[in-house]
Ligand binder design. Structure first.
Ligand code: PXL
Length: 267
């Protein structure tokens, strides 16, 4: 059986973080492994506290696991401190692990920062050069590239800038330009369009869709986990992205309203 590893934070709701990742891996028929990189105390409407995992202990988890089971693909999610980013880079280099997907998590869907100062620089320098794919959303792509993303052209420029940092493929998710579009058009379309932009250094690929109304927790985690599962199965990045997008759309459409806040994806 193929295996995928998530190195991510714990989210007690299971809507995001490693709990969500494992369920997504399972959905794709890939065996899910996990190492905890941070603990959160959160529900569907707020993150109340974060507890660090020491870089040394994350290394201990990963060495112990990988000495036994070598993952076919892996992803990183919430890497709270630079110490943890360095530990992950050391392990990936040490074991020469391929098929690395980096979801450069910065804030929770409920608006709390999930990283300490310096983490984005550490990611750029230490982890991006090792990545097969990075999956920032627009907000993260802007924060990392320094480009203010207002339209599709800006999104392309940000993708080119991020590609320079070393990943094989850049996927910027969730492109939808409400303000820019509504300023231009007098009649606002009923269905706002969305776009995932994929850049492999040669070509841009675009996956277009429609924004589904509502607030959903964990979409970024589930999207990157779906890509990771597909890579573990030997599927190409472009195909993996299409499958991930279809999967997320269905998970959003069938989301659960079981908490008082954001809806939880049906994964
Ligand atoms: O969606 C980003 C994210 C990643 N990891 C953990 C989270 C969240 C969002 O809340 O809780 C653990």
């Amino acid at each position: 059986m193929k295996t995928a590893l998530t190195i991510a934070g714990s989210d007690p709701t299971g809507g995001a973080g490693l709990q969500a990742d494992i369920r997504v891996f399972n959905h794709f028929g890939v065996y899910g492994l996990s190492a905890v990189s941070a603990l959160t105390a959160q529900n569907t409407y707020e993150v109340n506290a974060i507890s660090k995992v020491e870089g040394r202990f994350l290394e201990e988890q990963l060495n112990t696991l990988i000495n036994d089971i070598r993952p076919d693909a892996l992803k990183t999610g919430m890497l709270f401190s630079t110490d943890v980013v360095k530990a992950v880079a050391k392990i990936i280099k040490g074991y020469e692990l391929g098929n690395l997907v980096i979801d450069p998590v910065t804030i929770s869907s409920t608006g709390t920062s999930l990283i300490e100062n310096g983490v984005l620089d550490a990611l750029k320098e230490g982890l991006f050069p090792l990545a097969k794919v990075i999956t920032p959303n627009i907000y993260e792509a802007a924060a990392i590239s320094g480009i203010n993303i207002m339209d599709e052209k800006d999104m392309e420029r940000a993708a080119v800038e991020l590609k320079r940092l070393g990943p094989e493929v850049v996927i910027i998710t969730g492109g939808h330009f409400k303000e820019a579009r509504s300023q231009k058009s007098e009649v606002r379309s009923r269905h706002e369009e969305t776009m995932e932009l994929i850049y492999d250094g040669e070509k841009f690929h675009r996956i277009r869709g429609h924004k589904i109304k509502g607030e959903y927790h964990g979409t970024g985690c589930a999207f990157s986990a779906a890509i990771t599962a597909c890579l573990a199965k030997g599927i190409s990045v472009i195909e993996a992205t299409k499958k991930a997008k279809e999967f997320i759309d269905a998970a959003i459409k069938n989301a659960h309203s079981i908490g008082k806040g954001m809806r939880l994806l049906n994964v």
